[in-house]
Design a protein around this ligand. Structure first.
Ligand code: PLP
Length: 487
């Protein structure tokens, strides 16, 4: 994938780094070539099924136009999520053979714990079957009516788990983070003034934890700077509020810090991750993202009393404290994945290959969230489909069209996902995005070139697309199972 100059960021103080210096570093890193290749070769292959336009139209109608209801067999390129969908390495599969399934005290747990603490030296590491289980436990202890939990942007399951306790989830990302076309190197940053005001208004006693999501998934996969984390830390210290990371994409975030934050370019990624950890009191994690595993997660923290309460809940719903709903072999796969995800050749390829897709769409005039995020390209459906009002779900219309046209599965991140509120009311989300999430180490450049072709084709007749109405929806997290009808 061609190494191009990095974008400049007019919002920041000058270009982030001199393009020539960047180009030189990339060249040195891969020999003397411009093309950044996949740093692996394929070891076992999984066939994808070619589909027909008529078959796709049928599948779409049968699924109620909801991508989550499709059979994956009917999907050609699956960009629904990067969660648990990546390819594991040879060494991860080998580690799985070392899985020890002892109910208590499995050596696989200790390998997992060591691997987590090597990057995140929190005193307590509590395994969970995935990220949302960690959220459920944490917010069951810290949430409750009258409480409010700020985040740069809550991920959908995070918000739902906060709200399920009666607490309120509040998004305080910087204003640039809500404008798809604004260039800013750290568009995932928390608005620290807004956070300070918010804590003053609500009273620190009603804010049991401040969360920062790295990278900011719902806000476009955008990174958070160390400087911003330090500023949030200072506010939390002043008010004696713990700071937790939603660390799902910590390695991608650290890579962006290294590439974009002044003074960080020569630090090993591992060290940047440790500094991110040192600024927090704990974390929730889905190992299905930067754990490079197909399942798993954890909750970690320094506070002994909090850990005790969380472990009690863990035993109630997930399992004993040394496996937390996972098999020993899953713990092994995560431990090995954590060693691989901070590899700099991997991260360079990862970030560069996602940018390759985003830049091609941008150059074709398709409105995308800029700069390109770490794990996904987000198409701005509101701008692409101005004829469809937000509550006729332009993102859903685009996602349906991408599937119908080319068998590509994406996901709406807009008013379908965020428009319905706990009081039953509906209002438009701040952005109407369609996310093309890239599974890790899974698709090749020709798969991505095909995706570019299909998106360009759909965009070229965007004015013909129509909106949708919802004919059936559950009370919470409606995007997973709602059914739609074209208008
Ligand atoms: C995926 C994700 C979660 C939830 O993790 P699961 O493993 O899917 O339960 C939480 N926060 C963010 C930012 C995520 O991307």
């Amino acid at each position: 994938m061609a190494g191009r100059r990095p974008p400049r960021f007019p919002g920041a103080a000058g270009p982030i780094r001199r393009p020539r210096a960047v180009a030189r570093r990339i060249l040195v890193a891969v020999g003397d070539w411009k093309t950044i290749i996949e740093p692996f070769r394929i070891h076992s292959v999984e066939p994808v099924r070619l589909t027909t336009p008529e078959g796709r139209a049928r599948s779409l109608a049968a699924a109620g136009y909801n991508m989550f209801n499709l059979h994956a067999d009917d999907v050609l390129i699956d960009l629904l999520t990067d969660s648990g969908t990546g390819a594991m390495s040879r060494d991860q599969w080998a580690a799985i053979q070392h899985g020890d399934e002892s109910y208590a005290g499995s050596p696989s747990f200790y390998r997992f714990q060591d691997a987590v603490q090597d990057l995140f030296p929190f005193r307590h590491v509590i395994p969970t079957h995935q990220g949302r289980a960690a959220e459920k436990i944490l917010f069951s202890v810290l949430g409750g009516p009258g409480r409010a939990i700020p985040n740069n942007t809550h991920f959908d399951t995070t918000r739902a788990n906060v709200e399920a306790t009666g607490a309120e989830g509040v998004d305080l990302v910087i204003p640039e983070g809500l404008v798809p076309s604004t260039l800013h190197p750290f568009k995932g940053n928390m608005d620290v003034d807004a956070l300070e005001r918010f804590i003053d208004e609500r009273g620190a006693a009603n804010v049991p934890v401040v969360m920062v999501t790295v990278t900011n998934n719902s806000g476009g996969g955008q990174p958070v700077s160390l400087e911003n984390l330090r500023a949030v830390r200072a506010i939390c210290d002043r008010h004696d509020i713990p700071l937790f990371l939603d660390g799902c994409r910590f390695a991608e975030n650290a890579w962006f810090i290294r590439e974009r934050e002044p003074g960080q370019s020569d630090r090993p990624v591992r060290e940047i991750v440790r500094e991110m950890a040192s600024l927090a009191d704990g974390m929730t994690m889905s190992a299905k993202k930067d754990g490079l595993a197909n399942i798993g997660g954890w909750l970690a923290m320094n506070d002994d009393r909090l850990a005790e309460r969380c472990r009690a809940l863990l035993i109630l719903t997930e399992g004993f404290v040394t496996y937390g709903g996972l098999a020993g072999r899953d713990l092994e796969a995560i431990a090995q994945g954590l060693a691989e995800v901070v590899d700099e050749d991997y991260l360079r390829y990862r970030i560069r290959s996602v940018a390759y897709l985003g830049e091609a769409l941008d150059q074709a005039g398709v409105p995308v969230v800029l700069p390109i995020g770490g794990h996904a390209v987000y198409i701005d459906a509101r701008t692409l489909l101005p004829q469809i009002p937000p509550l006729q779900y332009p993102g859903q219309a685009l996602a349906a069209a991408l599937y119908r046209e080319g068998g590509i599965r994406s996901v709406e991140i807009g008013s379908v996902m965020f428009g319905r509120h706990p009081d039953g009311s509906e209002s438009p989300a701040p952005m109407e995005l369609v996310r093309l999430a890239i599974p890790r180490r899974t698709y090749t450049q020709s798969h991505i070139d095909y995706v570019i072709e299909v998106v360009r084709e759909v965009a070229s007749h965007a004015s013909e697309l129509r909106g949708f109405r919802i004919v059936q929806e559950p009370p919470a997290l409606r995007h997973f199972s709602a059914r739609f009808e074209p208008l």
